[in-house]
Design a protein around this ligand. Structure first.
Ligand code: VGL
Ligand code: ZN
Length: 201
């Protein structure tokens, strides 16, 4: 067991990010058993859940003439347009059925505002609107974080980089994460995480 100040953060282990889902990450389901096993080593386990309204503006379907994986400009900057995914209350938004959700202390939902996406577990994509996770971790006395989950180059990457910015000692278990890898996004994410001071294990 790690010490009481160390939390495991499991990012977006949801059906839509697994094979057969709307935004399937290759081998997304291959890490479930390893994540379940790792939970036993941590005194604190937090799950995040991508949780979008059906008309979320990160969906290409909301932008006439745009296709999934194209870029658009949002008031907060460039935004990849995704296929509809993780719609609130749907099976796609549910956790992978084999994930040990019973072990979670907290389930944090993000991306629930129509006009703004939230890759990071800490801040929405304007990089300033907080999700509340920082306060939760600090009031529990947690100072060290280990990240696993989906997708390495988007939500895991943004969450881990924000964690270092906030002063948490941050580690990524890359063997328990999988990437979308859109136009070199995985290499860029690795580089960005290293620069930010994320330990990549
Ligand atoms: C994610 C794209 C859109 C992720 C979420 O969990 O990495 N990626 N929404
Ligand atoms: Zn999303």
């Amino acid at each position: 067991m790690r010490d009481a100040t160390h939390a495991l953060i499991v990012i977006d282990m949801q059906n839509d990010f697994c094979p057969g889902g709307a935004l399937a990450v290759p081998e997304g389901d291959a890490i479930v058993a390893g994540i379940n096993a790792l939970m036993a080593e941590f005194p604190a386990v937090i799950l995040t859940q991508d949780w979008h309204p059906a008309d979320h503006l990160s969906f290409a379907s909301q932008h006439p003439g745009k296709a999934p994986m194209e870029l658009t400009e949002m008031p907060y900057g460039p935004q990849v347009l995704w296929p509809d995914h993780c719609v609130q209350g749907t099976q796609g938004a549910a956790f992978h059925p084999d994930l040990d959700t019973a072990r979670a202390d907290l389930i944090l939902r993000k991306g629930f505002r129509r006009g703004i996406d939230s890759y990071s577990a800490f801040f929405e994509n304007d990089r300033t609107t907080p999700t509340g996770l920082e306060g939760y971790l600090r009031t529990r006395g947690i100072t060290k974080l280990t990240f696993v989950g989906l997708a390495t180059d988007f939500c895991v990457n943004y969450s881990a980089v924000d964690a270092t910015r906030l002063g948490f000692e941050t580690e990524l278990r890359e063997d328990l994460a999988r990437a979308i890898d859109l136009g070199g996004s995985l290499a860029a994410a690795r580089e960005g995480m290293r620069e930010a001071g994320v330990r990549i294990a």
